[in-house]
Design a protein around this ligand. Sequence first.
Ligand SMILES: [Zn+2]
Length: 138
Amino acid sequence: MEHLLKVEKIVVHHSEQNQDCAEFIKVRHKKRGWEDIGYHFVIEKNGQLKKGRDEKFVGAHIFGYNKNSIGICLTGNFDENFPTQKQMKTLLKFLKKKLKEYGLEPKDVVGHREFPGVKKTCPGKKFNMDGVRSKLKN
Ligand SMILES: [Zn+2]
């Protein structure tokens, strides 16, 4: 697998499935013919952080930007439901750690839908990206 270049963004996704886990996502992605799960990390409803694709390799989660980003997916469909408090707690802790690790700022945390040309709602209409970024500023 190809190695990541400079990490400039951390991209947040939802899995679009309400009953879901990291293993199921991996199975779905492999069915698409991918070598491994497309995301680097998954946060399940109970707040557990699961490792996906090895962080040194290019993921498969954001068209045109995979070489310069880390992809994290929260399980659930956030067009329909809100993420759980446990998921959000884990996400914020994770993002703070990664921003430090990669020398990035809160503005570098972006939702899939915020990339130009993306028509998806990912990480879901009920997922507040500005809220996440503002919590990372403290
Ligand atoms: Zn997405």
